[in-house]
Design a protein around this ligand. Structure first.
Ligand SMILES: *[C@@H]1O[C@H](CO)[C@@H](O)[C@H](O)[C@H]1NC(C)=O
Ligand SMILES: *[C@@H]1O[C@H](CO)[C@@H](O)[C@H](O)[C@H]1NC(C)=O
Ligand SMILES: *[C@@H]1O[C@H](CO)[C@@H](O)[C@H](O)[C@H]1NC(C)=O
Ligand SMILES: *[C@@H]1O[C@H](CO)[C@@H](O)[C@H](O)[C@H]1NC(C)=O
Length: 397
C-alpha cells in the first residue's frame, strides 16, 4: 500500500478545512466570519435551520413584527425563535486552537468576494458610438479578430485584437441579408459569421467579409444563443420553444443540409456554449417568475444531462450571489461564467463534483454581456460601457 490515498492526503484535508471556513464559518449574507466574542457576529440559528450573524438577522427583520424571510429558503421566521448556534461556535474554537500556520483563512476582500483575480486587462476598445448596446462576441480564429453584434446601423463589427475596427456589415433592416434585432453570434471553423436575429426569427450566415451566404428560417419561434460544434454544425437555443436545434449547413454553397432538435423541455434557454475539448454543451436557462433563478445545465456530447445547478444552489456552495449572463468553456474544458450584476467573470472548474470557484476578472467590468475564451485570452463585451475588454494571464502579454 504505497500509493497515496487522495482522501487522506494533507492537501485534501486543507481543502476540506478551507471549505468549512468558507461555507460554514461565515455569514452568507455579509460574508464576515462568525465571532462568538462579538455580539453582532454571533452565529444565530433561524427556525428553518439556516444560520446568519445576529447583525444580519436584525437588519433583515421587520422592526415591529420582529419577523424575517430567510434569505436562503424564504421561510418566514420569527426573530424571537432564533437561538445562538453553539455548535458552530464550538467548531470555530476547535479550528482556531488547531490552526497551523499553513492553513491561513481564505483571502477575501471586504466586499465579500475574493479580490485577487487571475487575469489582467490587456486591451479595451469600442465605446459608445463605435458600439451600441453590444450583446454578443466571437473570435475569428484564423486572424484572431474580434466580432461583435450590437444595435448600430451595421450590426456586425470586426476588430483586430489591438482594437482597430476592420470593417462592419449586416445593415439594420428587414431586407435579405439585413439584420433586424441581433442577439448572439458565433464563428464556424470555416470562418463564417453566424448571427441569431430575434427580429425575423432567423439565423443568418455571412462570410467573414460580410457577404450574406444563407438565412435559416421557419424552424424557430425565438432563436437566441448560438455556437458551433467541432464539426461546424450550428447549435441554436430557442427561447420560446424551449429547445436546442443543431443545424448542418454547407457553408461554401449556402445549403441547409439538416436541422435536428437535440434538446427539448428547456426552460427559456439563452446562452449556449460548446466545449471544443470534450464536446460538452452548456445552456443557460432563464425561468420566468419564482425568484428568477437562472439554471446552468451542462450536457455530454450525446446530450445527456451531466450537471445542473441553479444560481441559488450556486450561492449556497460558493457563498456568492451570481446572476449569470453568459457561459463559455476554457481550452481545458472548465466552465467559465460572467456575472452581470457585480461585473465578475469566474471559473467554476470542470464540474466533475461541485463547482470550484476561481475568480478570473473582478475589476474594470460593469455588465459583461458576452464571453469568449481563446487559449490564455479571455474576451468579454461589456454592455455597461459598450466596450470589448481583453484579459490575458500574463500582465501586458
Ligand atoms: C436551531 O434552531 C432550532 C429552532 O430554533 C432548534 O430546534 C435547533 O436545535 C437549533 N439547531 C442548532 C444546531 O442550534
Ligand atoms: C457543398 O455542396 C457542394 C455542392 O453540392 C459540394 O460540391 C461540396 O462538396 C459541399 N461542401 C461540403 C464541405 O460538404
Ligand atoms: C439579473 O440581471 C438581470 C439583468 O441582466 C435583471 O433583470 C435580473 O433581475 C437579475 N436577477 C436577479 C435575481 O438579480
Ligand atoms: C491557441 O493554441 C493552439 C494550440 O494549443 C495554437 O495552435 C493556436 O495557434 C493558438 N491560437 C492563438 C490565437 O494563439
Amino acid at each position: 500500500p504505497s500509493a497515496e490515498d487522495p482522501e487522506t492526503s494533507p492537501s485534501h484535508h486543507q481543502a476540506t478545512l478551507r471549505e468549512i471556513q468558507l461555507n460554514l464559518l461565515e455569514c452568507k449574507v455579509c460574508f464576515e466570519m462568525f465571532n462568538s466574542q462579538q455580539r453582532e457576529r454571533r452565529p444565530q440559528n433561524l427556525s428553518c435551520g439556516h444560520v446568519l450573524c445576529l447583525e444580519c438577522i436584525t437588519a433583515l427583520s421587520h422592526p415591529l413584527l420582529r419577523k424575517l424571510e430567510c434569505p436562503f429558503c424564504r421561510q418566514l421566521c420569527s426573530v424571537d425563535s432564533t437561538s445562538h448556534c453553539q455548535v458552530l461556535s464550538d467548531l470555530q474554537e476547535l479550528l482556531l486552537s488547531q490552526k497551523s500556520s499553513s492553513s491561513a483563512p481564505p483571502h477575501r476582500s471586504k466586499g465579500g468576494f475574493i479580490s485577487e483575480t487571475a487575469l489582467h486587462l490587456f486591451a479595451a476598445f469600442g465605446g459608445w458610438g463605435t458600439l451600441t448596446n453590444p450583446t454578443g462576441i466571437a473570435v475569428l480564429g484564423s486572424v484572431g479578430g474580434v466580432v461583435v453584434v450590437h444595435d448600430g446601423e451595421k450590426r456586425v463589427v470586426v476588430f483586430n485584437q489591438q482594437g482597430r475596427k476592420l470593417h462592419s456589415f449586416g445593415e439594420k433592416g428587414t431586407g435579405n441579408g439585413d439584420i433586424c434585432y441581433p442577439v448572439d453570434l458565433a464563428v464556424s471553423p470555416t470562418g463564417h459569421v453566424i448571427v441569431t436575429d430575434a427580429g425575423d426569427k432567423s439565423v443568418k450566415v455571412f462570410t467573414s467579409r460580410g457577404i450574406h451566404v444563407v438565412t435559416v428560417k421557419d424552424c424557430f419561434q425565438l432563436p437566441w444563443g448560438v455556437d458551433t460544434d467541432c464539426c461546424g454544425r450550428i447549435l441554436v437555443s430557442d427561447l420560446q420553444a424551449g429547445n436546442l436545434l443543431r443545424i448542418k449547413v454547407n457553408f461554401s454553397h449556402g445549403i441547409i443540409l439538416e436541422s435536428q432538435n437535440v434538446l427539448a423541455n428547456l426552460c427559456c434557454p439563452k446562452a449556449v456554449a460548446h466545449c471544443q475539448k470534450n464536446g460538452n454543451t452548456a445552456v443557460l436557462e432563464h425561468p420566468r417568475g419564482r425568484h428568477h433563478n437562472r439554471n446552468l445545465k451542462v450536457f455530454t456530447k450525446d446530450f445527456h444531462l451531466l450537471y445542473q445547478m441553479d444560481s441559488f444552489s450556486l450561492i449556497l456552495q460558493t457563498s456568492f450571489r451570481f446572476n449569470i449572463s453568459d457561459v463559455a468553456f476554457s481550452s481545458d474544458g472548465d466552465v467559465v461564467v460572467s456575472d452581470c450584476d457585480q461585473g465578475l467573470i469566474c471559473s467554476l472548474g470542470n464540474l466533475q463534483n461541485h463547482p470550484v470557484l476561481t475568480p478570473l476578472v473582478g475589476v474594470h467590468l460593469i455588465r459583461p454581456a458576452g464571453l469568449v475564451i481563446l487559449n490564455n485570452t479571455l474576451i468579454t463585451v461589456d454592455g455597461g460601457d459598450h466596450t470589448v475588454k481583453i484579459y490575458s494571464s500574463k500582465p501586458g502579454a
